[in-house]
Structures are given as structure tokens and as C-alpha cells.
Design a protein around this ligand. Structure first.
Ligand code: CP
Length: 342
């Protein structure tokens, strides 16, 4: 029986039961097979981007149009005013509008509000509260969708679990999945690795998170992933040895993320990184796996995160993942809003 999530916010995968996420994905598979036409005619989805995007913006905008609904996309600071989130301050700085007023206004126009707001990556204790997204959640009176924040990228997580289900013919339980840290030219947020760890846990996979020391994911997310995986019949463990972790793996998911230990201090993080062995995913490392599929959320820095040989191989499923954003998000919108009567 279908599960009713109409009217809820979609901020973190961990706000949802595994059964609810799988129910969204069951619909996503029906949509991918084009079993019929789904309509959100007469609805409007407003998207606010505080940061750049290729996949999230296009997959949402196209998906909304395919559902007969109307997308409105605003780049904050360009199409829309810079927005303040702090409460009770004299707004005499760069932001002419408060999220309190923007969220209440947009709630009178649209049916769903979706927001991308990356962390500032200076103050971890502030970033981990997702101040911009939390302010929208406080003041908006329509379903709010997280298009990637400091803590999670749940739409990516949805598409990633959908891709795992495809790779394993729907049976993801106990499959050996490795989320590996990889190098990058700058420290990156924790949102994607957090959401992938939770998504693979929901799949009941045996998840190994491979990273150098000092690159631990947030402990609360690790605890959630372990609990979710346990309930789904899987497990979560950590390895500091990338090549050991790759042995027998059926999926390798590469992603770079920052060290919370050096938060806000790129110089110190890169000094530490200089002493690490290479964590770039290459053919030799992939040869240790059980013919693993290679996953990454994109965008990817070729020959830094993973080599061309890995990315251009038949076992690389990055475009399948990117396509699944479209199907998974359309299913999410239909589940949050309920279909329009035609
Ligand atoms: N994976 C992802 O969210 O891509 P964009 O940053 O291009 O939207």
C-alpha cells in the first residue's frame, strides 16, 4: 500500500523511514518505465539557489515541466535579493530582505519551495544547524525540499539508492558498497557522503566508509546510518585503508569531503593531506574489486578524484545516477503534493 507523505518537508533522508524512501523510489521506477503520465497541473515549484548547479537545477526544472507544473528558478543575489537569516539584528549589511519575509511571501505563491544553500565552511557548529534551510523551514508554510545543504543532499541520496537498486536488480541487501574519500583541489561539504551513507544503509548494504584519519563523517550521521543499516539487514564500518576496503567491493562511490578537524582552515587541511598516500581512484584500485560499478554524484574533477580510465569505463554509472535524479525527484514531488485531479 502506498505511503502518504503529502505536505511534509524533505530536508534529510534521516527524517524518513526506509519504507517511505522505498515507496518514493517504487514510484520513480514506474515513472522511469513511463507506465503512464503523472500530472501536477496547476502547481508551482519555486527553487532558490544560493549556489551554482547543473544537475539539480536542470533535472528539477525539466521534471516539473514533465509533470505539467510550473517551475520558478531564482538565483539568490542575482534574480532575487540577498537574504538574511539571523534573527533580531539590524539589517544594515548586504542583505536587503530577511528569510522570514521571503519564505512567508513565497508560501503565498507556490506549492513547493526548494532551496540549495551550501555551508560557509568557516564555523562548523553554525553550519551543522543548516541556518538558511532551517530558517526557511521555520517560516515557510509549504513543503520545503533540500537541494543540498551543509548536512545532507537528500535528492542525490534518493537517486543514489535508486541506482543501487538498479545495479543489484532491486536486491541491495548485504551487497558490499564502499564510499571512499578522494582528493580535491578544495575542501568540500559533507552533504553528499552523509546522504549516500544513509541511502546505502537504507538499502541494507554492507557499507564500508574508507577515508584517511581525521576525515570522519559527523558522528550523529554515522550513528543514524548504523541504526538504519542494522534494521535493513546491513552494516556500516570504517576503514583507513582504501585498497583493503576495495577488495571484493561491488560498488565504489567516490567523493571528496572536508576534515571537520581542520574546519575553516584550508591551509592546515592541505598541509595534512600532503602527507597522505594517493586516494585517487584508478584502474589498479578498481581491479581489486569484484567488478565494482563506479559511482559519483558529479561534478567530478577528472584525474584528481578518479582517472579518465575509471570514468570512461563501462562499469561507471555516473550518468545513470544523474538521470535518476530526474525520476526520483518527480516521484518525490508527486508524493509531497498528491496528483492533480484531471
Ligand atoms: N550532483 C549535483 O547536485 O549536481 P549539481 O551540483 O550540478 O546540481
Amino acid at each position: 500500500m502506498a505511503i502518504d507523505i503529502r505536505g511534509r518537508d524533505f530536508l534529510r533522508l534521516s527524517d524518513f523511514e526506509t519504507a517511505e524512501i522505498n515507496d518514493i523510489l517504487d514510484l520513480a521506477f514506474e515513472m522511469k518505465r513511463e507506465q503512464r503520465h503523472w500530472s501536477l497541473k496547476g502547481r508551482t515549484v519555486i527553487m532558490l539557489f544560493f549556489n551554482s548547479s547543473l544537475r539539480t537545477r536542470t533535472s528539477f526544472e525539466i521534471g516539473v515541466a514533465q509533470l505539467d507544473a510550473h517551475p520558478v528558478v531564482l538565483n539568490v543575489g542575482q534574480d532575487a535579493w540577498n537574504l538574511e537569516w539571523r534573527e533580531g539584528i539590524a539589517m544594515d549589511g548586504d542583505s536587503p530582505e530577511h528569510i522570514k519575509d521571503a519564505a512567508r511571501t513565497l508560501s503565498r505563491y507556490g506549492d513547493v519551495l526548494a532551496v540549495r544553500s551550501f555551508p560557509k565552511m568557516k564555523d562548523y557548529e553554525q553550519d551543522r544547524t543548516d541556518p538558511i534551510l532551517s530558517s526557511f523551514a521555520k517560516y515557510a508554510s509549504l513543503p520545503l525540499v533540500n537541494l543540498e545543504s551543509a548536512v545532507e543532499h537528500p535528492c542525490q541520496g534518493l537517486a543514489d539508492l535508486m541506482t543501487l537498486r538498479e545495479i543489484f536488480n532491486q536486491n541491495t541487501r548485504r551487497k558490499k558498497v564502499v564510499l571512499t574519500w578522494a582528493p580535491h583541489v578544495k575542501p568540500l561539504p559533507l552533504a553528499v557522503p552523509h546522504s549516500f551513507a544513509l541511502a546505502a544503509a537504507m538499502g541494507g548494504c554492507d557499507v564500508t566508509i574508507a577515508h584517511p584519519p581525521k576525515f570522519e563523517l559527523a558522528p550523529e550521521v554515522m550513528a543514524q546510518a548504523r541504526e538504519i543499516a542494522g534494521k535493513a539487514g546491513g552494516s556500516v564500518k570504517v576503514s583507513h585503508n582504501q585498497q583493503e576496503a576495495f577488495k571484493g567491493a561491488e560498488v565504489i562511490y567516490a567523493k571528496s569531503w572536508l576534515s571537520r578537524e581542520f574546519y575553516g582552515d584550508q591551509g592546515a587541511e592541505f598541509k595534512y593531506r600532503a602527507g597522505l598516500p594517493s586516494w585517487t581512484v584508478d584502474e589498479d584500485k578498481m581491479a581489486l574489486t569484484n567488478r565494482a560499478k563506479f559511482m559519483h554524484c558529479l561534478p567530478i574533477r577528472r584525474n584528481v578524484v578518479a582517472t579518465d580510465a575509471v570514468l570512461d569505463d563501462d562499469d561507471c554509472v555516473i550518468y545513470q545516477q544523474a538521470e535518476n535524479r530526474l525520476h526520483a525527484q518527480k516521484a518525490l514531488l508527486v508524493k509531497l503534493l498528491g496528483e492533480s485531479s484531471r
